[in-house]
Design a protein. Structure first.
Length: 351
């Protein structure tokens, strides 16, 4: 344990504006790349989830995809691609373009037990606010207009595509989890040790479905972990930790655990970068080395303009090995395998 309490450093440990200097925040599509995307779209007669990488070939983007894979796994762990002309396409065509880009980077995963493959993150008001034991789930919060605390999704890569954004607020917030780790190592190594210990979490029913036995609805997992090769991973959603507290038999959070989560989120606020979404932006995040959140927003009732982010979860062939104990949440932990999602062991192609 003591060897894990020192700063990690390296390219993934970026802070604030350092991300902008890396060239991928944002990186605009070139005209020839947009032409290639358009050609791939019109050459593909299929719709998601039936589009595979071989159905959406984009040779002109192959060099870019190779660079993105390295940047996402061993670099900053976050990229933003900009410039897709959303007004040129129908909503269905935008879904196909987004899906086509994503299948060239990984395998899409179901995002809930009903088989959702492309989430649409937009304000659904009270209809979205499912509540379990008095706590609104993270999925419900994402589909409201409220702010989101820093968290991870259960996938190797999270991809978001801004189809429309005629709103006030809703600024994307991204932070390096390794930078948070390293800052806590400097300030409070005692609390860093706590974050490497188990926190009980609850499986969200609106993602993973109801569990047949109450004891299956909760599981322990550290916030910070290292895989068998030493690769870092952080899985964190405070709402699921708070939801687990209502389950009989789950030990109460200790004062040190609460203090450690408070410090983690406060440090994230200090070290993060923020940027509004522009229609045509695609943001891709490594869920092992970054957290994401957002500020509150409001749709424009006067004009009818609304925010709509499409969301795809990906397992990738270039992912890191996870700790064996993560199998309880991810299904499998080997590098480069199909893992994660709301239905571990199944891809969007299997539904």
């Amino acid at each position: 344990m003591d060897g894990m309490l020192s700063p990690i450093g390296g390219p993934p440990a970026w802070r604030g504006r350092q991300l902008e200097a890396r060239g991928f925040w944002p990186r605009r599509f070139l005209d020839l790349e947009l032409d290639a995307l358009d050609a791939a779209l019109h050459a593909c007669p299929k719709d998601p989830p039936f589009i595979r990488a071989e159905d959406f070939r984009i040779p002109a983007l192959a060099p870019l995809f190779d660079v993105l894979k390295r940047e996402l796994e061993t670099g900053a762990g976050v990229v933003r691609l900009s410039g897709i002309p959303v007004d040129r396409y129908s909503h269905a065509e935008l879904r196909r373009i987004f899906w086509g880009i994503c299948v060239n980077l990984g395998v899409p995963l179901p995002q809930n037990s009903q088989g959702e493959i492309i989430g649409e993150v937009k304000d659904e008001g009270g209809a979205a606010m499912s509540v379990e034991d008095g706590v609104a789930s993270a999925r419900a919060r994402s589909r409201s207009s409220g702010p989101l605390r820093f968290h991870t999704d259960k996938c190797d890569l999270l991809a978001l595509f801004c189809a429309s954004n005629g709103i006030s607020g809703g600024v994307s917030r991204v932070v390096s989890t390794i930078a948070i780790h390293d800052e806590i190592a400097r300030r409070r190594p005692d609390l860093l040790k706590v974050l490497y210990e188990d926190f009980w979490r609850r499986r969200p029913q609106d993602e993973e479905g109801p569990q047949s036995r109450p004891e299956d609805a909760v599981f322990p997992m550290p916030v910070f972990s290292r895989g068998p090769t030493g690769a870092f991973t952080s899985q964190f959603s405070r709402v699921y930790i708070e939801m687990a507290q209502a389950v009989p038999g789950v030990p109460p959070l200790t004062p040190l655990q609460v203090e450690a989560m408070d410090l983690l989120l406060a440090t994230g606020d200090e070290l993060c970068t923020e940027a509004p979404f522009t229609p045509g932006d695609i943001q891709i995040l490594n869920q092992h080395t970054t957290y994401h959140g957002r500020t509150a927003y409001a749709d424009d009732a006067a004009t009818g303009a609304r925010r709509n982010l499409m969301r795809i979860w990906l397992a990738t062939g270039f992912s890191r090995a996870l700790p064996p104990g993560h199998a309880i949440q991810w299904g499998r932990t080997e590098p480069g395998v199909l893992r994660g999602g709301a239905m571990p062991g199944k891809s969007a192609f299997d539904l």
